[in-house]
Structures are given as structure tokens and as C-alpha cells.
Ligand binder design. Sequence first.
Ligand SMILES: C[S@@+](CC[C@H](N)C(=O)[O-])C[C@H]1O[C@@H](n2cnc3c(N)ncnc32)[C@H](O)[C@@H]1O
Length: 384
Amino acid sequence: MKITDSLSKLKNVDWDYLGDQSDSPFANLHFYPGRFISQIPATLIGRLSKPGDTVLDPYCGSGTTLVESQRLGRHAIGIDINPTSILISRAKLIPIRHLRIRNLLRGRLNHFLDQRLTLGGKIPISPVETPSAVQLTKWYHPTTAAQLKEIWAYISSLRGISKELMEFAFSGILMQACSETRHWGYICDNTRPIEHRYIDAIDIFSNSVKKLELAYANRDADLPPSALFPLPRASVFLGDATTVMQNFTAHTVDLIITSPPYFGVIDYVKSQRLAMEWFGFNIETFRASETGARSKRHRIAAYSEYISELDGALREMARVLKPDGVLALLVGKSATREDPLPDLLEAARRAGLHLQDEFSREIAQGRRQASSLTNETLYLFSRS
Ligand SMILES: C[S@@+](CC[C@H](N)C(=O)[O-])C[C@H]1O[C@@H](n2cnc3c(N)ncnc32)[C@H](O)[C@@H]1O
């Protein structure tokens, strides 16, 4: 099919999805800023690719594009500089039936709770099992901290898929367990909770495991009738988008759907500070390579570095796309920062990408990740 024919299938889509509250069953299990509503990648994948194709998201964040790709029978490839993004995405992409996931999750959770019951409400903690980077006394009430240590000790004894799933459930409760209630407290370096409040970590962890089980059940309920198990493979890589794509063979990707970081609006790595501490990821190491990070916005060369990094990434996207492939780029501009759109469009043109169409969309108020981000534009490029 000619690219113009494929793209014409998008003409009547209402990209705002303002009244549509449906979203991926995995969407709200874990806080991740700037994420797609799943209807956007689902619509693009459904209309611009076919089962068996390969879909890439080089800034995959919480894995929305990848989850929708796998659900619709496409091979998914994701890249992100944020190690928590990789942990979150992988745990949503296990290609086996939910009944097996359910058995694994229920088995582990019950084992953990039974052990606590038998041991009088406490699992023995060996001091090596809580990573030294975790600021236990700063972020958590002492009893919450003790419970988190128990959960962590139990998860550390697991292996394979069970461990991956339980780690996801654990990382998803850290913000709720933390005594810092002001959002910026997780991101800024010099804040601490005003007072410590007790949160029952065992309870919220059990709920988090149950929600993950339910999300997998809903994923399977939403699969197209043609879906076959195991679902298609999804590969998720940790690293800088440009550097990782340089290892990919040219002309191997059918569709790229991505939303690169906006300039100077969000700190993605820092937003996962609590998980970074538990999982032993050094914030500074990863933040240094984060494109457009808010914390870098005052540097003299911040904007030109941002454009130059996206310029490199666009060149790689153009190289890995098949000749009849499409790049769907969702970009926003903040009312309070430089407008990067003209420079990005120019970088895409230099990379050999041809702008075929664009759709502006309003972001529903409750879904805005930053109050200054009210609109974004979906650009569709072809290589030919
Ligand atoms: C707008 S978010 C993507 C959100 C994603 N669409 C979702 O649904 O969750 C941009 C992502 O780019 C990542 N990122 C920033 N700099 C990067 C780089 N140099 N290479 C790869 N990923 C990067 C951030 O960690 C963040 O996850």
C-alpha cells in the first residue's frame, strides 16, 4: 500500500480523546510523567502496520507503545535512558497468558504473607539486603521502612519472571509509601518530608500485586481474536536512543511511534528517585545523558544540546526505518520555554524525513503532565 493511502486512514481520527477515559490496563499502576494515552499508539499501530511488523519507540518511557504493539501482534523494540523505565516496561511485556502470571503472582504473594504470619509478622532481614543508597529514615516512617525492608528481602530471594513482576509491584508503591507528599519533593535534591506518616506498606504492596494481576487479565481480555501465545517478542534496551539505534541494522523497522522529551519541562530520571535508590541506579550517571532534562535548562548551551541530540536521533530513526516505513512523532511545546518545533522539523528534513501530515491535539486537563503543556502535535513522516 502507498504511504499516502495508509496515512489517509488517519484523517478522521479524533486525536484529542477528550471524553474517552479508557486507557491501557497497565497505565496507572506506576507513576511515570509524560506518558502517552494508549489510544494514540493503538490507533497508529492498527492503521499503519500489520501483525508481524516491527514497531520501535526510542523514548519508550513507561512502555505504552510497546504494550500496544505486543497486544496487537507486532514485535516491539523500546529504548530509554531511564533504568526505571526499562524495569517498568519489561514487567508489562511478559508474553505469556495471564493465568500463568496470576498463578505466579498469587503464589509469591501468599508465600510472602504466610511466611510473615508464621514468623509473627516479620520476615528476618539480613543487613546486606537493603541497598545503602536507600534513604530510609529520610523518606519513610520507621514502621513503613521496616515493612519495605521485609518486602525487599523477600523479593531479593526470587528469580526470573516472579522477581520481575514483584519488583514492578514494589517500585509502584514507593511514592505512596513515602512521607513526602509534595510532588517536587521526589525530584528536587534538597527537600525532606515535613513529618513522617505511617503507610501500611504490606497492604499497598499486596494491592499493587493484585492490580498487576488484574492488568494482565484485562490485557488478555482485550487481545484481538487472532492473538497467539506466546505473544510477539518485545525487546527493551537501556541507553541513549541514538547510541542504541546505531547498533540496529538499517531498514528493519516498519513503524516508529515516539514522544521525545520536551525541552526543559520534566526530569524523568529524577522523577523515579525512590525506585532508583532501591534498585541501585545512580541518578547522576543517568541524568547526565537525559535529553532536555529540566534540571539542565539553565545551562548556556542547554537548548542547542537538546536540538543536536534530537538531530542525531532523527538521523538514526530515518536510517532504521524501512523505505515504506512511517515515523509518528508526538511533540509538545511548553508555554514557558523555547518553541523547539521549527528546529525539530528542520532536523527531520535534514535526516531525509518527509513531513506527510500533522494533527494538533488538546491534552485533557486531568492528563496534563505539566500545567504549561496544553497542546501537542502529532507529526507523520515518511522516508520517501
Ligand atoms: C515523553 S517521555 C516518553 C513517554 C512514553 N511515550 C510513555 O508513554 O511512557 C520521554 C522519555 O525519553 C526518555 N529519554 C530522555 N533522554 C533520553 C535519551 N537520551 N535516550 C533515550 N531516552 C531518553 C525519558 O527517560 C522519558 O522516558
